[in-house]
Design a protein around this ligand. Structure first.
Ligand SMILES: [Zn+2]
Length: 116
């Protein structure tokens, strides 16, 4: 009567723990939704489609996901990934997204340090 039960292997694939995953339209790699930036298309005053950053991830419609990284933005722009992902005809101006990334980058700076 020596039935030793080895502890059952409790394997958990930890590949995608932490929430839903989306694919970046720039580098095409999947990442957590929470670390990606959501962009959507809206219409400007002249009736032209413009790309905007959906900061709260609440805007209706189709969204394109992007790492908050200028390199991913550049890749997406070069591949024309935004019009394709967002199903718009014609090119999209990525300037608002670029401005958002730049603002976010500046935001990380604590300000001019007194000690140079
Ligand atoms: Zn990316």
């Amino acid at each position: 009567m020596d039935a030793r039960l080895s502890s059952s292997s409790n394997q958990r694939s930890a590949t995608s723990s932490g929430g839903p995953v989306r694919t970046c339209v720039g580098c095409r790699s999947a990442d957590l939704r929470s670390v990606l930036l959501r962009t959507v298309v809206q219409t400007d005053g002249a009736g032209r489609p413009v790309l905007v950053v959906d900061v709260d991830r609440r805007l209706p419609g189709r969204g394109a996901w992007l790492h908050p990284d200028p390199r991913c933005l550049e890749l997406a722009e070069r591949r024309r990934a935004f019009p394709r992902a967002l199903r718009t005809a014609g090119p999209l101006d990525v300037q608002p997204v670029q401005a958002h990334l730049e603002a976010a980058g500046h935001h990380q700076l604590p300000g001019p340090s007194p000690e140079a």
